[in-house]
Design a protein around this ligand. Structure first.
Ligand SMILES: [Mn+2]
Length: 322
């Protein structure tokens, strides 16, 4: 293997995506960003993994097809990120770890197998959902490695409800469960982009009691990106940070293909800029969830999600010590 600058703890050059000057982007298998599969690399620093699971949804289903759609839309991603000035696939080894198999008929069993499979991948993860139920086992796996986590949760909704039809494990409850299980550092948890009608004011009271701060979609507009980014960075500090992005944080104009759309959301430009503003934080893992391709048009949603995933991969690549 050729030698490159000491990228990580091994001196093998990372294997990058298929060269698009030799094989056109629309040809060949659709791994994320046309990266190698994890079984094709000797080590892996950052892994992109899919979780095709949507048995936890309360409204429109279909996020089980999210990982395949986001991978397909990721064919057009290029290797250099000018906004962050990083070539993530050169800096560290990034690979596609395939899909985690989750039982579509048993949410408890699915959560267990997601936690186990995520914990078994020896790399920092960017997970593509799947509905938001999957954040709970992913947080469990990350907290086991890093201790209680700071969390930035980008979503139209709070996702801190208690139960739905008596069920504790749904896509509307993962962050309440995560607080109850002690997975989060409640000094440093926040929602970004929330909006839309709630069941009652109690939803907000409960959420506040759990420790969450809120930057609403309206705050992003009124306070502006720089002030919002400063506030988020201050809240997170130097704690290990997990970022969970429900694609419905975007306005339905920017992400129609999702399960519970709400008017008045962020633009994809705003979301990407906020994520880039987190450069330098101690990001340890991330997910992008709730892409439901059957409600999408012209791949709008999966293109947005693939760019979000690319930004998260880039932030993680920058995190790895050189
Ligand atoms: Mn959600």
């Amino acid at each position: 293997m050729p030698q490159v600058r000491g990228v990580t703890n091994t001196d093998a050059m990372p294997i990058g995506p298929v060269d698009s000057s030799k094989v056109p982007r629309f040809a060949g298998p659709a791994t994320f960003a046309r990266l190698p599969r994890i079984d094709q690399v000797e080590r892996c620093d950052v892994a992109v993994v899919g979780v095709p699971f949507d048995a936890g949804v309360s409204y429109r289903p279909g996020a089980r097809f999210g990982p395949a759609a986001v991978r397909e839309a990721s064919r057009l991603l290029r290797p250099y990120h000018p906004g962050l000035d990083v070539s993530p696939f050169e800096r560290v080894q990034v690979a596609d770890a395939g899909d985690i198999v989750a039982n579509p008929f048993d949410i408890g069993a699915a959560i267990e197998s997601i936690e186990e499979a995520a914990g078994a991948i020896d790399a920092r993860l960017v997970t593509i959902g799947g509905d938001h139920t999957i954040a709970l086992p992913l947080l469990r796996a990350a907290a086991r490695r890093h201790g209680p986590l700071a969390l930035l949760h980008f979503d139209a909704h709070l996702d801190t409800w208690d139960t739905y039809f008596g069920a504790e494990y749904t896509h509307g409850t993962p962050f309440r469960r995560a607080v109850e299980e002690g997975l989060l550092d409640t000094e440093a948890v926040g929602h970004v982009g929330t909006r839309g009608p709630l069941y009652g004011r109690k939803d907000l009271d409960d959420d506040r009691r759990l420790g969450f701060g809120i930057v609403t979609a309206a705050d992003v507009l009124r306070r502006g990106l720089d002030e919002v980014i400063d506030a988020l960075r201050q809240r997170v500090g130097d704690r290990p940070l997990y970022v969970s992005v429900d694609i419905d944080v975007l306005d339905p104009a920017h992400a129609p293909g999702t399960g519970t759309p709400e008017a008045g959301g962020l633009t994809s430009r705003e979301l990407l800029e906020i994520l880039r503003g987190l450069a330098g934080c101690d990001l340890v893992g991330a997910d992008v969830v709730e892409v439901s391709p059957a409600y999408d048009h012209a791949d709008i949603t999966s293109i947005a999600a693939s760019h979000v995933a690319y930004d998260l991969v880039s932030l993680l690549a920058m995190q790895e010590k050189t």
